[in-house]
Structures are given as C-alpha cells and as structure tokens.
Design a protein. Structure first.
Length: 162
C-alpha cells in the first residue's frame, strides 16, 4: 500500500497525530507474526532465523541487555524503537523485501499513568490495528492488544511513526 493509504488509516485511529512515514510501499503483517516464544528459530533457510517478531525482539533485547525498565536509558521509547526495528528485520527475512512492514511507534498519553508513553502499532492483514506494549509483560514477552480491546493510549496521540 502507499504511504497515503496508510496515513489515512492511521489518522482514522489517531486523528490529531502527526504521522511520519519514511517508505514508499507498505505491507500489512500476518496475525501469526506477532506472538512467539524464545527461542523460536526457523532453520529451514540454512541458518537460524526468528519465527516471529516476538522472537526477533527477544534476541535483540538479550543481545543488547535491555531486559528491564531503566529511566531514560531503557524506558518505553527504547523498547518501542527496538520492537519496530525487530519487526522490520523479521519482515525483510520472511515476507517482502520490496516493501516496509506497516508498523511503527506511537507516542501518546495513557489513561492509567496520565503521562507520555511510547508503544507500537501494527496494521494486520485483516485490516485491524494491533497495539503492542513492547515492555515485557508477566511472561517476559511484549503484550499484544487484541483489536477489540481498547487501546492503552488515548486517541489524542501526538506522533505516529512508521
């Protein structure tokens, strides 16, 4: 899809946000790309490739020792940027080298904390936008919010990047 089409979808979700998209073509992600456990590696290509974005993210987190929250140097925006980079790497390996994955980082406010927070978004092949909290949940994995669940971020997000 074009950046114009993706921008229209994202502004439908976050109408007041500044949307920044850097690529010329985007592809929605399959639902099976999001979940996964460590180590979930696919050796069918002659080398060990992560089976899911969660696996790629876990590998990157372990390599960079970004395991726990640390104010400023290991907080929500650091986890979100690493998840986005992991999604791009997974997409390049498994899906499509001629387009970017339709996912990115969104900055906004949470109802619970009442302050700024960074999370990730992913446009799925079924047309829904899933929110991903990349900071580890109780099981040590990112939390993926189902499309029917309310987003942890309010609709007045201020910046969406892809």
């Amino acid at each position: 899809m074009s950046p114009h089409d993706l921008r229209r979808i994202l502004q439908g979700r976050w109408p007041r946000a500044r949307v920044a998209l850097a690529d010329r073509r985007y592809s929605a992600l399959p639902l099976e790309a999001l979940p996964g456990r460590w180590p979930a590696l696919d050796e069918s290509m002659g080398w060990k490739a992560p089976r899911s974005i969660a696996s790629a993210f876990t590998i990157a987190r372990e390599a960079l020792r970004l395991r726990d929250y640390l104010p400023e140097s290991g907080d929500c925006d650091d986890f979100a940027q690493l998840w986005h980079a992991s999604a791009r790497a997974w997409h390049r390996i498994h899906r499509n080298r001629s387009s970017a994955p339709a996912c990115g980082v969104v900055h906004g406010y949470t109802e619970r904390a009442g302050r700024g927070h960074a999370m990730c978004w992913a446009l799925m092949e079924d047309g829904t936008i899933r929110m991903v909290e990349p900071q580890p949940g109780p099981d040590g994995l990112p939390v993926v919010y189902d499309a029917r669940q309310p987003s942890p971020l309010r609709a007045d997000a201020w910046e969406v990047r892809g």
